[in-house]
Design a protein. Structure first.
Length: 290
């Protein structure tokens, strides 16, 4: 604790009087919200293709499986139709995004028949796959738009965001500071999903978290959890510079939280290389504050 106390004292000395200034979105200020995007350019063709996709799904045959629900199967001809429709939707690109996003919402008017939910679910799943092809522009539309589909219960939308892995972080992070509680919760869910889908890039993922200008307690808690619990030493080691990067620009309580986490790792991580990395990083951090 002597090390952390000395480091924190140096940091406070060098930054006292500057805490009231802007600190890249972590001083409690909500980032300037992006105006809700009007759904301009929403293609009539896209909506027709989505309806066609649902119609083909209605042609599928439902097979009930004992104890595990059921399975919707398609003939080769039906599969070919589905592939063709998905390709056409993907070719439309950005103008199709609003309708694809809306199609993943429960309010989309495929029809009012309750028994058709299995077909609607399949159509929504196919719409998710098209959004994955479009990629980042679709994510930007979702994150920047004030849309009702941005809901923690919308598994299709959350699955799409999570499928982008660590590339989704930059778009999602600003939403952690949203004034809307639902949006903040949605962002937390998506970050967790993105992290789990970035299994091959988890070290890069935690480094990106440290570099985000929208860092808040959610990010810090996640990094501290991974530093303490992740079985991958590379990921734990990557958490160290991220936490110290945050500590260098955060208000005192958050900075102390980060420093304490790294100090604990320097003393108690079960792998010597991680303990050494934490100790050396603390020393470098302290020297920078002089």
């Amino acid at each position: 604790m002597r090390i952390i106390a000395a480091v924190l004292l140096l940091w406070l000395t060098s930054t006292f009087g500057c805490l009231a200034k802007s600190n890249d979105g972590i001083d409690g200020k909500v980032p300037t919200p992006v105006a809700s995007k009007a759904r301009e350019g929403s293609s009539a063709l896209a909506r027709k293709l989505i309806d066609d996709l649902y119609a083909v799904c209605r042609e599928g045959k439902w097979y009930t499986r004992c104890g595990s629900g059921g399975l919707l199967k398609f003939t080769d001809e039906q599969k070919s139709k589905i592939v063709g429709i998905k390709e056409k939707l993907g070719a439309i690109g950005a103008p199709a995004i609003p309708d694809l996003v809306e199609a993943m919402n429960g309010s989309y008017a495929f029809d009012a028949e309750r028994k058709s939910s299995r077909f609607k679910d399949k159509a929504r799943s196919f719409c998710t796959e098209v959004l994955q092809q479009i990629g980042l522009p679709a994510l930007q539309y979702i994150c920047q738009g004030d849309i009702p589909e941005k809901n923690i219960k919308n598994r299709y939308l959350n699955s799409f965001v999570g499928s982008l892995g660590d590339s989704a972080v930059g778009e999602i992070m600003p939403l952690l500071s949203s004034q809307d509680a639902n949006t903040r919760e949605w962002a937390k869910v998506c970050l967790r999903t993105a992290y789990s889908n970035a299994s091959k890039n988890q070290a890069r993922f935690v480094r990106m978290l440290g570099g985000s200008k929208y860092t808040n307690d959610v990010t810090v808690d996640h990094l501290l959890f991974e530093l303490k619990s992740c079985p991958d030493s590379e990921v734990r080691a990557a958490c160290i510079p991220s936490l110290l990067e945050i500590a260098g620009r955060a208000p005192a309580p958050m900075a102390q939280k980060c420093l304490q986490g790294v100090e604990t790792a320097s003393q108690s991580d079960y792998q010597p290389e991680v303990r050494q990395a934490a100790s050396e990083a603390l020393t470098r951090f302290g020297s920078k504050q002089r």
